[in-house]
Design a protein around this ligand. Structure first.
Ligand SMILES: Cc1cc2nc3c(=O)[nH]c(=O)nc-3n(C[C@H](O)[C@H](O)[C@H](O)COP(=O)(O)O)c2cc1C
Length: 441
C-alpha cells in the first residue's frame, strides 16, 4: 500500500474558484456583472482603529449624570436656515425607483422619529417622502431626473451630487423592470426601458461652473437652504478644497465601501479610495482653508455602528450618513426571506441583485405585490431604534474618552491596529507613538 502522505490539490490564489466562475459567467453571457451594494473586498476600515479611553491622564464622564451632547448644525456658512439635527447621523440619498415608495416613506419616518434628516435621490421627491420627513435634503444630480424648481423650494437643503463612493466618475443604472409608470413619469423616461444615469453634470465642466451652479441654486431658494456638495472618495483633499471654493456649506464625502443601487461590479470593487483613507485629507483641506467646522463634513461609506460613527467624528467629520445599514434596519437581507433568496440563487447577506427588482423584502423593488411586504410604519420604527442605538453607542465611547460633546472626540483618542490604518487615519500604531508618514520621523 502506498504510504506517501497525501496533500490536497492546490487551488490558485490568483485564479481562485470565485475568479474562474466569474470568467465562465462572462464567457457564457458576454455581459458585465451589475449589482447593488458596496465593495465586498476587505479594505482598511474603522474596525482597524480602537479608542484609547480615559484612565489617569484623561478623566471619563459619568454616563447617568453627565451630558454628552450629540446635536449638529449643518449649513452654518451661508444659509439663512441651517439644518439642526439631534444626532450626527443622517440618511443618505437613495433614489425612488431604486427603492419602493414604501421604503422611501419608511426612511423619512425613521429619520424624523430619531431627529435627523433624510435625502431624496436620483429619481426626484415623492410626496410620501416629503410628507413623512421633517427634514429632507433634495439631491441635484447629473441625470436631473425628477428635478424641478418647486421641489428645490420644498426641500430643507440641497445636495449637489458630483459623485458617489461606489462609482466615482461613473453613473448608475436602473433597469427597465423597475421603470414603472410612476417612476418613468417622475424621471421623464419611457416606461420599461433600461436607463443609465449620467456620470457628470451636463452644464458644467469644472469648479468655476460649479460655483455658478451653486449661486443659481441659492438664488432659486432665496439663500435659505444649505447647499451640500457630495463627492466620491477619489482625490479627497483637492475635491474638498474645490467644493469649499465653489461655495459649499457642507461637503458630503462618500468612500469606496459606499453602497449603490446598481452599477458594474468592476467599478464598485476597483475604483475609489477606502472611506478611512479619505477623511484626514478632506479635514486637512478644511483646516488649510480655515474652514473646519465652518463648512461641515459628512462622511459615508460603510458606516454600521456607533463605533464607526465615533471614529469618523474623531477623525474630524461633523456627521455621518448611512445607506446600506438603513436598508438593513428596514428589513433588507433579513434571514426570514432565506427561502426566497435561495430561489433567486443567493442567500441572506449576499443578496445584491437590487437592479432586478425582485427583492423579497419589498425594499429595492417596484413590484406592487412585493412592495406590500414592507410596512412603512413598522420599518420606520426599526430605523428609529437603530439610529438611537448608534447614537447611544457613540455617546458611550465619547463619555469614556471624557467628552461632553461627540464633536470633542479627536484623533488623539485613537490608535490603529495595522500599519495601513495608521497611515490612512494618521493615528499611532497601537503600542507606539508613530504612524507611517508622521512628520519628523
Ligand atoms: C439603494 C441605494 C440607492 C442609492 N441611490 C443614490 C442616489 O440616488 N444618489 C446618490 O447620491 N447616492 C445614492 N446612493 C449612495 C448613498 O447615498 C450613499 O452614498 C451610500 O449608500 C453610503 O454608503 P453605505 O451604503 O455604506 O452607508 C444609493 C445607495 C443605495 C444603497
Amino acid at each position: 500500500m502506498d504510504k506517501t502522505p497525501q496533500t490536497l490539490p492546490r487551488q490558485s490564489w490568483t485564479f481562485s474558484n470565485e475568479v474562474n466562475s466569474e470568467i465562465r459567467r462572462a464567457a457564457a453571457t458576454g455581459i458585465y456583472d451589475i449589482r447593488g451594494g458596496g465593495a465586498k473586498r476587505r479594505v482598511p476600515h474603522f474596525d482597524d482603529l480602537l479608542f484609547l479611553g480615559a484612565s489617569i491622564s484623561r478623566y471619563p464622564l459619568e454616563g447617568y449624570r453627565e451630558r454628552c451632547d450629540t446635536s449638529v448644525v449643518l449649513g452654518t456658512r451661508f444659509a439663512k436656515k441651517p439644518i439642526e439635527l439631534k444626532i450626527p447621523v443622517t440618511i443618505a440619498g437613495m433614489s425612488f425607483g431604486a427603492l419602493s415608495a414604501h421604503a422611501k416613506e419608511a426612511l423619512g419616518r425613521g429619520a424624523t422619529l430619531a431627529g435627523t434628516s433624510t435625502t431624496t435621490g436620483d429619481g426626484g421627491m415623492t410626496n410620501e417622502e416629503r410628507g413623512h420627513s421633517e427634514k429632507l435634503v433634495y439631491q441635484y444630480l447629473p441625470s436631473r431626473y425628477g428635478m424641478n424648481p418647486d421641489d428645490l423650494r420644498r426641500a430643507d437643503a440641497i445636495e449637489v451630487v458630483v459623485g458617489q463612493g461606489a462609482k466615482p466618475g461613473g453613473g448608475g443604472m436602473l433597469l427597465g423592470q423597475k421603470i414603472t409608470e410612476r417612476v418613468a413619469g417622475m424621471r421623464d423616461l419611457p416606461i420599461g426601458i433600461d436607463q443609465r444615469s449620467a456620470c457628470r453634470h451636463p452644464d458644467w465642466t469644472g469648479p468655476d461652473d460649479l460655483e455658478i451652479k451653486i449661486l443659481e441654486l441659492r438664488e432659486i431658494t432665496g439663500w435659505e437652504k444649505p447647499i451640500y456638495v457630495k463627492i466620491g472618495g477619489a482625490r479627497p483633499y483637492y475635491d474638498t478644497a474645490l467644493a469649499v471654493k465653489a461655495g459649499a456649506d457642507v461637503v458630503v464625502l462618500d468612500g469606496m465601501q459606499g453602497g449603490t443601487a446598481a452599477t458594474q461590479d468592476v467599478f464598485i470593487e476597483n475604483v475609489g479610495q477606502p472611506t478611512l483613507a479619505c477623511i484626514r485629507p478632506a479635514v486637512q483641506a478644511l483646516h488649510d482653508l480655515g474652514m473646519h467646522r465652518e463648512v461641515q463634513l459628512v462622511v459615508s461609506g460603510g458606516i454600521r455602528s456607533g463605533a464607526d460613527m465615533a471614529k469618523a467624528l474623531a477623525l474630524g467629520a461633523d456627521a455621518v450618513a448611512i445607506g446600506t445599514a438603513a436598508l438593513v434596519a428596514l428589513g433588507d437581507n433579513d434571514p426570514k426571506w432565506e427561502e426566497e433568496y435561495r430561489k433567486l440563487g443567493t442567500t441572506t447577506g449576499a443578496y445584491d441583485d437590487w437592479h432586478e427588482g425582485r427583492d423579497p423584502a419589498g425594499i429595492t423593488t417596484q413590484d406592487p405585490e412585493l412592495m406590500k411586504r414592507l410596512d412603512p410604519v413598522a420599518a420606520g420604527r426599526r430605523l428609529r431604534n437603530y439610529l438611537n442605538v448608534m447614537t447611544l453607542e457613540c455617546q458611550t465611547i465619547a463619555r469614556a474618552c471624557g467628552k461632553s460633546h461627540v464633536h470633542n472626540l479627536e484623533p488623539e483618542d485613537l490608535c490603529a491596529l495595522t500599519m495601513e490604518a495608521a497611515a490612512m487615519a494618521r493615528v499611532p500604531l497601537a503600542g507606539t507613538d508613530w504612524w507611517p508618514g508622521k512628520p519628523g520621523f
